[in-house]
Design a binder for this molecule. Structure first.
Ligand code: ADP
Ligand code: ASP
Ligand code: MG
Length: 368
């Protein structure tokens, strides 16, 4: 059985009309892909609302299992509704939660990763001609607590299932026509790639290309699953492939960062659990390091005395960028650069958040 996993994001399921459209897209693909597993996100905006309510009530409480339970709830609505819409078209379908499948994860609340996936229930649906519609973003601990895979994590659900089912492809349907040289929402001149290697896509995602969840790319690479990013509105367009031996690309991305300072110098060898240190330096005042804003609670729980700045934006050139693009990044007109980060295949500069769109548009004009 040639299995295809199709994942639909929140903007593709934002209301009843959009759900009708997605049901039509799935129905029309039935002849080509009879064995299809569907993964859904919550309606656009829903998880943000749930997160806002948690933030209002939780004070300084960090990651918390009950927060995961609240955040996970949006996907149950869309999975149920899409399954109903398919049934109403005569397409046999059944909705599944992440913990029914089950997608078993670790206990890294709010940003868990999968450790095991059951797939027998889905295979049994597929064998009897039923389309399983699975809630993205959700998992369960071995002890039975509901977990979530991190914001944007429905992509990862889709790839975890594609790997377990040995699917031929994992299709990611979204509100743009593929992966672009820059966020097309802010850079109208951005160009879409035909294909991108796993490595390049992972770096693009880690440094801010929200179109794909970074863990999804790691799973896809480790299990050899090709990803195909497609537009829900125009599913017949060619989209972008992410796979082995694809072209090396160059893009400009942005993501919020925090700059930290610790006055007493900890053992340099001590690594912070679950924190990506983007850059570090030592001065007379102590150890300075840069992390993603998303890692705030992980740093605070391990180093309560660490002091952080207001969030800033790291604007990064990814890939083999031209010297003119690098010069443009380092010397933007009238925009103060606060820090520069250099890693293999990445050149980033830290700027005030208010400058980000001017920055990416300026740098993008110098991309070849
Ligand atoms: P979904 O709801 O389908 O999961 P997301 O909002 O998570 O969609 O991701 C799609 C969005 O990613 C696009 O609307 C686009 O604005 C943004 N994006 C950021 N960088 C890129 C990029 N390099 N290529 C394509 N889209 C990008
Ligand atoms: N609904 C979750 C979020 O908004 C998961 C996802 O959309 O992939 O982050
Ligand atoms: Mg997404």
């Amino acid at each position: 059985m040639q299995i295809v996993v199709k994942k639909f994001g929140g903007t593709s399921l934002a209301n009843v009309d959009s759900i009708h459209h997605v049901a039509n897209v799935i129905q029309q693909s039935q002849q080509k892909h009879p064995a299809c597993v569907v993964v859904v996100s919550a309606m656009a905006g829903t998880t943000n609302n749930l997160q806002y309510w948690c933030d209002e009530l939780s004070g300084s409480l960090g990651p918390n299992p009950d927060r995961d339970m609240v955040l996970s709830s949006g996907e149950m609505v869309t999975a149920g509704l899409l399954s109903i819409a398919l049934q109403a078209r005569g397409v046999p379908a059944r909705a599944w939660t992440g913990w029914q499948v089950p997608i078993v994860t670790n206990e890294d609340w709010g940003r868990c990763d999968g450790v095991f996936t059951g797939s027998s229930a889905l295979v049994s649906d597929l064998s009897s001609g039923v389309v399983p519609v699975v809630c993205g973003f959700q998992g369960v601990t071995p002890g039975g607590r509901i977990t979530t895979l991190g914001r944007g994590g429905s992509d990862t659900t889709a790839v975890i299932l594609a790997a377990a089912l040995k699917a031929e492809v994992c299709e990611i349907f979204t509100d743009v026509q593929g992966v672009y040289t820059a966020d097309p929402a802010y850079v109208p001149a951005a160009r879409s790639y035909g294909d991108v290697s796993y490595e390049a896509m992972l770096t693009l995602s880690q440094f801010g290309a929200k179109v794909l969840h970074a863990n999804a790319i790691i799973w896809a690479k480790n299990h050899g699953i090709p990803l195909h990013v497609l537009s829900t509105a125009k599913p017949d367009q060619s989209g972008t492939w992410i796979r082995e031996n694809a072209q090396q690309v160059c893009g400009v991305v942005y993501k919020p960062v925090l700059s930290w300072r610790m006055s007493s110098l900890p053992d340099q060898e001590q690594e912070m659990m679950g924190v990506s240190i983007i850059d570090r330096s030592v001065s007379a005042k102590g150890l300075h390091f840069l992390t993603w804003v998303d890692d705030y609670h992980q740093v605070k729980s391990q180093w309560p005395d660490a002091a952080c700045s207001d969030p800033k934006m790291l604007v990064s050139l990814i890939g083999n960028s031209s010297s003119s693009a690098q010069y443009a990044l380092r010397n933007p007109p009238k925009i103060p650069i606060e820090h520069c980060v250099q890693q293999p295949g990445v050149l980033g500069v830290m700027v005030e958040q208010k400058h980000v769109y001017d920055m990416i548009q300026h740098v993008h004009t110098h991309l070849v």
